[in-house]
Design a protein around this ligand. Structure first.
Ligand code: UD1
Ligand code: UDP
Length: 380
């Protein structure tokens, strides 16, 4: 069977490595994968770096879409993808997660009656002001094979009317839903030892185990509202002062732009001039793993980092009002602190004082990718 995989944003490139690896190692006689890069992310440290580091096959096509408003960006992708799908005539199109590349891939495919495989289906924040929430809901309802990583995801799909019982052959009107665990758990397990071997980031920045904090910020709700970014920076300055720990922030290009344009503000200046706050360019996946494994706490608005903190048994402060990965909050491993200075500082104290963490298997057993490949082969 031939599948076209659509990727575009950093987390999708990383996710794709799990399935590509499973195909190369186990299913090369049954599945042929053609990778299309929409070009949503294009800086080399947001894209190319991962193909080399994670041994992902080079994309057969790159649409070079670049940045733009949601409408412009999605429309350019749709137009390019439609032509490629018509030319390639795949059995199915595989999309990941909830970005504009996901939406464009699913929409272009389903309109050509090509089955859509959605990996990371069913996740909901129940906040439709998030562009990702719109992308998730619509992509799920355009899909024929839905792979959800969590029990919450399965429940959400049931609530939205998906049939979870086993049934006859799948079709556009009779989709199948599977809970399969998280392919990012596959990846974190697989690359953990490689990171131990190759990453030098801790020594490069003189970071000591559990004596530093890892932070990332990129959600539009935080970067595009100066008051939110300001309260997060205030909280980080306060936490740094109280704990004496260094804070390392690999800056998403979106956040870097905001820092450079708002730098007249006093809080921004204090933040940028604090030698214990280490602002760096985005790093590779092996370096993030090293940071995640060794940080005292992870503070983030990233979906990926929330879970990876859990995979590596680190507590997490989520800089959002709600999360799709609700199980880590319910299990006491993460706290939702939004962009509220007081809540973020309190969450830091509460998590650093807590001693009774538990880490049940919430994200499968690290074999989500082969499971997905098997179902593609048998169901489509
Ligand atoms: C996108 C996804 C988000 C995901 C994130 C992962 C959507 C709607 N959002 O957000 O769900 O969590 O990717 O990182 O699809 N930029 C660069 N270089 C790049 C890429 C982006 O400079 O290589 C800058 C541009 O100024 C651009 C801005 O970042 O306008 C935002 O990029 P965009 O892809 O639109 O959204 P993200 O915030 O990256
Ligand atoms: N990541 C990375 N380098 C960085 C920051 C993040 O490799 O400098 C990885 C991270 O480990 C995770 C993924 O990128 O696997 C998450 O992407 P991002 O935070 O951009 O998006 P989200 O997961 O929120 O959609």
């Amino acid at each position: 069977k031939k599948i076209v995989t659509v990727i575009g944003a950093r987390p999708q490139i990383i996710k794709a490595s799990a399935i590509s690896r499973a195909i190369q190692h186990q299913f090369q006689h049954q599945l042929k994968e053609v990778i299309v890069h929409t070009g949503q992310h294009y800086d080399s440290n947001m894209s190319e770096l991962f193909f080399d580091e994670l041994q992902i096959p080079k994309p057969a096509y790159n649409l070079n879409t670049g940045s733009g408003t949601h409408g412009v960006q999605t429309a350019k992708m749709l137009e390019g993808l439609e032509g490629i799908f018509e030319q390639e005539q795949p059995h199915a199109v595989l999309v990941y997660g909830d970005t504009n590349s996901t939406l464009a891939g699913a929409l272009a495919a389903v309109k050509l009656h090509i089955p859509v495989i959605h990996v990371e289906a069913g996740l909901r924040s129940f906040n439709k002001s998030m562009p990702e929430e719109i992308n998730r809901i619509t992509s799920d309802h355009m899909s024929t094979l839905l792979f959800t990583p969590t029990t919450a995801g399965l429940t959400n799909l049931k609530e939205e009317g998906f049939c979870l019982e086993s049934h006859g052959p799948v079709s556009l009107d009779a989709p199948a839903v599977y809970q399969c665990g998280d392919i990012m758990y596959d990846n974190s397990l697989y690359f953990s030892a490689v990171s131990d071997e190759r990453s030098t980031i801790l020594s490069r920045y003189a970071l000591t185990k559990e004596q530093f904090i890892l932070c990332t910020i990129h959600r539009d709700s935080n970067t595009d509202r100066p008051e939110n970014l300001m309260s997060i920076f205030k909280a980080l300055l306060e936490i740094q002062k109280q704990s004496g720990q260094k804070i390392i922030l690999p800056l998403h290009p979106r956040t870097k732009t905001k820092l450079n344009t708002n730098n007249e503000e006093e809080v921004y200046r204090a933040f940028m001039n604090n030698p214990a706050i280490i602002l760096i360019e985005p790093v590779g996946f092996l370096d993030v793993i090293a940071l995640e494994k060794n940080a005292s706490v992870v503070i983030t608005d990233s979906g990926g980092l929330q879970k990876e903190a859990y995979f590596f048994k680190r507590p997490c402060i989520i800089l959002r009002p709600q999360t799709e990965w609700i199980e880590i909050v319910e299990n006491g491993n993460a706290i939702l602190a939004d962009a509220d200075t007081g809540k973020i500082v309190d969450a830091f104290h509460s998590l650093t004082q807590k001693t009774d963490f538990s880490f049940p298997e919430l994200y499968g057993d690290g074999n989500a990718a082969p499971f997905i490949c098997e179902k593609i082969i048998t169901d489509l």
